[in-house]
Design a protein around this ligand. Structure first.
Ligand code: NDP
Length: 402
């Protein structure tokens, strides 16, 4: 049906390639391109039932990307490299008139700041070109917003409160490792937290608000309030929201290591001189840490990610919880991946499938909650991420005066 170009051969890229290869009637030809060709080849070699083409590409270089796209002529580019490459890849798609999908919003390399303004700025140019960019189609961002769209369509007249709750109750057996790209992960966690309340953003010190939250099949886990990019698009697309927050669990060991690394300056992103070389401490730290794609084999336990919602239906207050639990070992069995790469790569593949099939089709730049959630929600279980919901249950949050 259509050729797909996948950029980035890391933990998530591996899952996207395998899941696309499992739907050959839609993804008629697959090319995997990344900075390190040997990583593309290792993934391709392991997939025997479908031929995966591989290429080396520097995705920071728009011209290289344009040449690659002109050579392969894909219907869609899936960007699962790093957020730093979002704009160069979007530029290349614009120049060649090809649709675009990613799983994380743009971040400039020299400031640990992520917001949608840079990518939303492409709106008119994508519309004029008649192509579509789907932003943030992983799990969070991604499936969490599709959960909200599903709730808005089928369960609420008005959504007032949202708490996205993300738990990884897994054990990879390493003293310290991150489940997605270490540089991006540490930049996210060490910056100030932020949430939306009564029409404005409230900023807090990193990890300064936390509380135990109960997760299905896992139990209670200390959960920390972080800023996460999907809050920005959700409060824009659902103006009735009074408060929107994001919570993520961290184990004590993880926090202890992170604090020590921060205290000694290893998480810094400003260059330092070392033996005549300029190095960025966080980039050096990344080189020492295990790659997310290598954690899968002995990973036990599961993730649980969902959304708590409170709002109004037919004039009455309603509460709602929708979630997915994913076992790391099931992810490994299905796609030789740990659960975090898996829960990101599966929604990316399904989003790509819906785009290639023309089910999700509109010119411009969209966040996933702006699309019809039904075709996604009816298929995602089949590809490995079943969802569950609970209605009118007690949610573990305090709500102001209602
Ligand atoms: P990895 O570090 O495992 O993989 C990133 C890949 O991108 C690597 O193969 C890397 O190449 C490649 N890459 C980096 N820079 C370039 C470049 N300039 N040109 C070409 N290729 C490049 O990260 P993950 O797979 O864990 O994460 C991938 C993306 O998914 C990230 O943007 C991350 O933020 C996002 N993500 C989204 C989630 C969600 O739920 N929405 C959750 C988890 C991740 P090399 O191998 O040479 O380093």
């Amino acid at each position: 049906m259509g050729r797909v170009l996948i950029i980035g051969a890391g933990g998530v890229g591996n899952v996207v390639v395998r899941k696309c290869a499992s739907v050959p009637e839609v993804f008629s030809e697959i090319m995997l391109a990344s900075r390190t060709l040997s990583k593309c080849e290792a993934i391709a070699k392991d997939i025997t039932h479908v031929n995966i083409q591989t290429r080396q590409v520097d995705a920071d270089n728009t011209n290289e990307l344009i040449h690659l796209i002109q050579e392969f002529k894909p219907k869609l580019v899936i960007n699962v490299a790093l957020p730093y490459q979002d704009l160069t890849i979007m530029d290349a798609c614009l120049a060649t008139g090809v649709n675009y999908l990613d799983t994380a919003n743009y971040e400039p390399k020299d400031v640990a700041k992520f917001e949608y303004s840079w990518q939303w700025a492409y709106q008119e140019r994508y519309k004029e070109r008649g192509i579509m960019a789907v932003l943030g189609c992983g799990f969070d961002p991604g499936q969490t917003q599709i959960y909200v769209a599903h709730a808005a369509k089928h369960h609420f007249d008005e959504i007032h409160y949202i708490d996205i709750v993300d738990c990884n109750a897994g054990d990879h057996g390493q003293a310290f490792a991150t489940n997605f790209n270490p540089e991006i992960n540490i930049r996210e966690i060490t910056q100030k937290g932020k949430y939306w309340e009564n029409g404005e953003w409230v900023e807090i010190d990193p990890m300064s608000i936390h509380k135990p939250i109960e997760y299905p099949n896992i139990g209670s886990r200390e959960s920390y309030l972080l800023y996460h990019e999907e809050l920005e698009s959700l409060v824009k697309n659902y103006p009735t929201i009074k408060r929107a927050r994001f919570w993520m669990t961290f184990g004590q060991e993880y926090i202890k290591h992170l604090q020590v690394l921060q205290n000694v300056g290893m998480t810094g992103i400003k260059p330092v001189q070392f033996k005549g070389l300029e190095i960025i401490p966080l980039e050096f730290l990344k080189a020492l840490l295990p790659e997310p794609g290598t954690l899968g084999e002995n990973y036990t336990g599961e993730t649980s990610i969902g959304v708590h919602i409170k709002g109004i239906k037919d004039g009455k207050i309603k509460t709602y919880y929708i979630w997915n639990n994913c076992k790391h070992q099931d992810a490994y069995k299905d796609a030789k991946a740990q659960g975090v790469s898996y829960t990101t790569g599966v929604p990316a593949m399904l989003g790509a499938k819906l785009m290639i099939q023309g089910v999700w089709k509109q010119a411009g730049v969209v966040n996933v909650e702006e699309l019809d959630p039904d075709p996604f929600m009816s298929q995602i279980a089949k590809y490995g991420l079943p969802w569950q919901e609970a209605i009118n249950i007690e949610l573990p949050h305090e709500y102001p005066n209602e």
